[in-house]
Design a protein around this ligand. Structure first.
Ligand SMILES: *Cc1c(COP(=O)(O)O)cnc(C)c1O
Length: 418
């Protein structure tokens, strides 16, 4: 968290990671320039493709996830899109968990459709459904370590085995867990994506993302990585770069062409976040359990979906994959009294809170609250909402670094006012 990917600056001696706020880098000579452009030599050309500050962030997160390398992106959505556009071709399909972040759901269904890439959603618990959904067109499996917002825990090992037997990569969005709580690669995941906007940054100041490769998947027969690439003068990324093939293609081709790069300043902010990641996760996860226990015992609360509680259907999976606790984000349902609209009760509750901030984010050092049915999941139809397990009474909390007694006080007074 504090050392990987960086040594004190050779020129100035600066101990902290400097911000290389530059668009471009001077070539040594014409020969070196040509070598860089042909990917025959590593080095910086233009910050849309790579940057020394961003490289520290990439190496540090790769070290934390146990990955072979990483490519940083402008956002979590960009990390996913870059991953999909690097792997997939028109006509390909993905099989994905039905319990995903709302924005990921929209990206998979609507944006990938424009590239003629199809998606089949399956219940994350039912491994047989995943298996049945795989066709010869399927090129990847996709799920979240901790699903949004019902806290479903992905059975990474079983899905990794299924993906391996089908000869396709398993991609895991590890945003909600972070490598401080779970390292999906240790359980067999091929690729990991993150929204670094959340716990990795932690301070709520920068949007960013990152994609990582375990380096363990055999891409030698995987069409988009093995075949000559017309977008890079017929380079064969697997033949040329071995287990870095996917990442080199993601950077040199997909980030180059989508322009979805991380800015050096945001990379710097995310590095500040990484330095305290495990300490924050430990504290925030511990407080989340306390809050979940308090809410579960409260008469105005209908249910609490936190996999750290024995009442959650995935409690055993959470203990297996997240022994330090299943993160600091969870949801609960308010008990609707007769004739009262659950939506109205949710709104009143949120407006009664004083310490929790009402906003569309998670993973901040400040505690956050939101009502997904009227915000993040608003674009989904009622049917899709039901499939994702998001009812109108559902309130999502992201527990921050405050003293937990203060958080319990705030929830108590807002529930009392209801
Ligand atoms: C926020 C989030 C994303 C999208 O990330 P951005 O940085 O907002 O683009 C993707 N997946 C999950 C699980 C998220 O929470």
């Amino acid at each position: 968290m504090v050392h990987a990917g960086h040594i004190p600056d050779a020129v100035t001696g600066a101990r902290a990671v400097p911000i290389y706020q530059t668009t471009s880098f001077v070539f040594d000579d014409a020969e070196q320039a040509a070598q860089l452009f042909e990917l025959k030599q590593y080095g910086n050309i233009y910050t849309r493709i790579s940057n020394p500050t961003t490289a520290v962030f990439e190496e540090r997160i790769a070290s934390l996830e146990g990955a072979t390398g990483a490519v940083a992106t402008a956002s979590g959505m960009a990390a996913q899109l870059v991953t999909f556009l690097t792997l997939l071709q028109p006509g390909d399909e993905i099989v994905a968990s039905s319990q995903l972040y709302g924005g990921s759901n929209t990206q998979l269904v609507h944006t990938l459709k424009k590239f003629s890439i199809g998606v089949r959603f399956v219940d994350p618990f039912r491994i047989r459904d995943w298996e049945a959904a795989i066709t010869p067109r399927t090129k990847a499996l996709y799920g979240e370590t901790i699903g949004n917002p019902r806290g479903a825990i992905l059975d990474i090992r079983r899905l990794a085995d299924l993906a391996a037997s089908a000869g396709i990569p398993l991609i895991v969005d590890n945003t909600m867990a972070t490598p401080a709580l779970c390292r999906p690669i240790e359980h067999g995941a091929t690729l990991v994506v993150h929204s670094a906007t959340k716990f990795i940054g932690g301070h709520g100041t920068a949007i960013g993302g990152v994609l990582l490769d375990s380096g363990k998947f055999d891409f030698s027969t995987y069409p988009s990585i093995a075949a000559p690439s017309p977008a890079y003068h017929d380079l064969r990324f697997h033949d040329t770069f071995g287990h870095y093939g996917f990442l080199v293609k993601a950077r040199a081709e997909t980030v180059r062409d989508t322009g979805a790069c991380l800015s050096p300043f945001n990379a710097f902010l995310l590095i500040q976040g990484l330095e305290t990641l495990s300490l924050r996760m430990e504290r925030q996860t511990g407080s989340a359990l306390r809050v979940a226990q308090y809410l579960e015992a409260h008469p105005a609360v209908a249910w609490v979906a936190y996999a750290g509680l024995p009442s959650h259907p995935d409690h055993a999976l959470a203990r297996k994959y997240l022994p330090k606790g299943p993160g600091a984000v969870f949801s609960f349902g308010l008990k609707a009294r007769s004739g009262e609209d659950a939506r109205a009760a949710g709104k009143k509750f949120i407006e009664g809170l004083q310490l929790f901030s009402h906003l569309a984010n998670i993973g901040d050092v400040r505690s956050l609250v939101i009502h997904p049915a009227s915000t993040t999941h608003q674009q989904l139809t009622d049917e899709d909402l039901a499939k994702g397990g998001v009812g109108p009474e559902l309130i999502r909390l992201s527990i921050g670094l405050e003293n937990v007694e203060d958080l319990l006080w705030d929830l108590d007074q807002a529930l009392h006012a209801l």
